[in-house]
Design a protein around this ligand. Structure first.
Ligand code: 5GP
Length: 219
């Protein structure tokens, strides 16, 4: 893995990959990410930095690194962020060091970032096939609206804004490698897991494959 900024490190494992999940909020991406992290210890979550205020129950360093606007600007200036974007009037970014360390330690990295971040990752990575992007679609906008209402995290006004943002986010699905419609959580997770397993089987990600096939020839 090569990350094209000042923190370039050639010790990264080429077998590892960066899996991005994007979706409008309410489409189930966080639950999918949590389940993947729970069952597959080859993954490490890229905990993002954000200027938004923590929601009830969110833990600094686990859900996000919650920072001030000044700290966020300092991180950009110091080239500490691999990508960053404004989402829903708040700033979000990915810590380069965290991603690099995970890759060096042989971990795949899981990202929960929006389409703007994906675009920047694509531009910043030297080896494009290390990036695997998955877009999670809700079954319909009305179902998304229903899920957001049930979540009861937002005021009526914020909910309206979220729905407008959702439509914008959804328009970027075409730029992703894979698309999954989340009409049923278990089915959706199984599809995500199939993608992960297929990606792991790509020949360039399998260590010692050449040695093994040479051995087969002479057996
Ligand atoms: P929330 O505030 O609901 O946790 O996240 C809002 C949106 O910001 C989500 O769509 C999420 O994917 C996106 N997001 C979270 N972290 C990052 C990040 O580091 N970079 C980018 N580009 N988007 C992020």
């Amino acid at each position: 893995m090569s990350i094209n900024n000042n923190n370039n490190n050639n010790n990264n494992n080429n077998e590892c990959f960066m899996l991005v999940l994007s979706s409008p909020s309410g489409a189930g991406k966080t639950a999918l990410a949590n389940k993947l992290l729970e069952i597959d210890n080859s993954f490490k979550l890229s905990v993002s930095v954000t200027t938004r205020t923590p929601r009830k129950g969110e833990i600094n360093g686990e859900d996000y690194f919650f920072v001030s606007n000044e700290e966020f600007s300092r991180m950009i200036k110091n080239n500490e962020l691999l990508e960053f974007a404004n989402v829903f009037s708040n700033k979000y970014g990915t810590k380069t060091e965290l991603v690099n360390n995970a890759l060096i330690n042989g971990k795949n990295v899981l990202f929960d970032i929006d389409w703007q971040g994906v675009k920047q990752l694509k531009d910043n990575l030297k080896i494009s096939d290390q990036l695997v992007t998955v877009f999670i679609l809700p079954p319909s906008l009305s179902e998304l609206n229903r899920r957001l209402k049930n979540r009861a995290l937002d005021s009526e006004e914020t909910l309206k804004k979220r729905m407008l943002e959702a439509e914008k986010e959804i328009s970027h699905w075409v730029d992703y490698d894979y698309v999954i419609i989340n009409d049923d959580f278990e089915k959706c997770f199984n599809k995500l897991n199939s993608i992960v397993n297929a990606e792991k089987l790509k020949k360039f990600r399998q260590k010692n494959l050449e040695k093994f096939t040479t051995f087969l020839k002479f057996k």
